[in-house]
Design a protein. Structure first.
Lengths: 67, 256
């Protein structure tokens, strides 16, 4: 833990290693969600292209390459 | 080990607030996109349909007898922006917590605003100026994989550019005049952005018959959607964090 008397960095209460793993898991889950919305063609969602077509307008207007 | 009393909320509390801020901001962005963008999407689809009917061999993307009706797609817009917003809000909250471990003082949500601004610049504006959003009927289906990969790379490079900017800001000492620190930040950001723009390939795929005004209006609406999204995430997340800290400070004080 780095400490300088006056301006001590705020150390998060949750343990550092545990926090990093939790953060990593969160990032993976949220990246998957982003993928489903923005890039999936049915390969991951197993919904054929239903979800892909349903969110077609959103993809265009969010600026993601669509087709 | 006794924990020092702090008003910093645990990760889960921050994450939930990020997800919620993102969901609400996403729905707001969806509302903006519905009003400002949908008419242009409709107009572009009409052009796409006309082109497909004139040349039946190229049925790249069906809109007519598709899996989801146009009404369904217009409603799906809110699903897409809502989910995308929640994901972005959650990622922002995660970055907020990870970066807060290096922060010098307890923060009141201001760095949440700063992070949302940085994300708007790095994740949206830098990629948009190189690879602007395209309406239906614009873009060659044969290059979709290439364009997706380069777009994602550009998002990463946008974040690197923002990081280079903050590195430049901090590399000039705190005792330096503000304009010099700002200049170093702009310099670091522009250096990475310029190199990225030169190195990354360009795609010229707008059909010569596609109306220029429609393209411009669509792109403006698309950029506006992302601006609404990230402005909303930043403001809502900062407000929620501010209240959470005040609440924690109020409940922590009587005990100590």
């Amino acid at each position: 833990m780095s400490s300088s008397a006056s301006s001590q960095p705020v150390v998060h209460p949750a343990g550092s290693t545990r926090l990093l793993w939790t953060a990593l898991a969160t990032v993976v889950v949220l990246a998957l969600l982003t993928y489903l919305v923005a890039f999936d063609q049915g390969a991951v969602s197993r919904s054929g292209t239903y979800l892909h077509e349903l969110m077609h307008d959103g993809r265009h207007l969010l600026g993601v390459p669509c087709h | 080990m006794p924990l020092t009393p702090t008003t910093t909320p645990p990760f889960l509390a921050v994450l939930v607030r990020g997800l919620f801020a993102g969901l609400i901001a996403g729905l707001l962005a969806g509302g903006f996109a519905y009003v400002a963008g949908e008419p242009h999407v409709e107009a572009a689809i009409a052009i796409e349909e006309a082109a497909t009917h004139a040349e039946p061999a190229t049925g790249a993307h069906d809109h007519g007898d598709a899996l989801v009706s146009r009404t369904g797609q217009r409603g799906g817009l809110f699903l897409a922006t809502g989910l995308f917003g929640a994901a972005m809000g959650g990622l922002l909250a995660t970055a907020y917590v990870l970066l807060s471990r290096r922060r010098r003082a307890e923060d009141d949500g201001r760095s949440g605003l700063l992070l949302a601004g940085a994300a708007l610049l790095g994740v949206v504006i830098v990629p948009f100026l190189k690879y602007p959003a395209n309406p239906p009927a614009v873009g060659d289906p044969a290059t979709i994989n290439q364009r997706t990969v380069t777009y994602l790379l550009m998002v990463v490079l946008g974040l690197v550019a923002v990081w280079a900017g903050s590195l430049g800001y901090r590399s000039v000492g705190a005792q330096a005049p503000p304009w010099l620190r700002a200049a170093a930040a702009v310099g670091g950001f522009l250096l990475v952005t310029a190199v990225a723009y030169v190195v990354m390939p360009s795609f010229e795929e707008v059909p010569s018959t596609f109306p220029a005004t429609l393209l411009w209006n669509f792109r403006l609406a698309s950029l506006g959607t992302q601006v609404v999204l990230w402005t909303g995430i930043g403001l809502l997340f900062a407000a929620l964090m501010h209240h959470e800290r005040r609440r924690r400070a109020a409940t922590a004080l009587p005990g100590t």
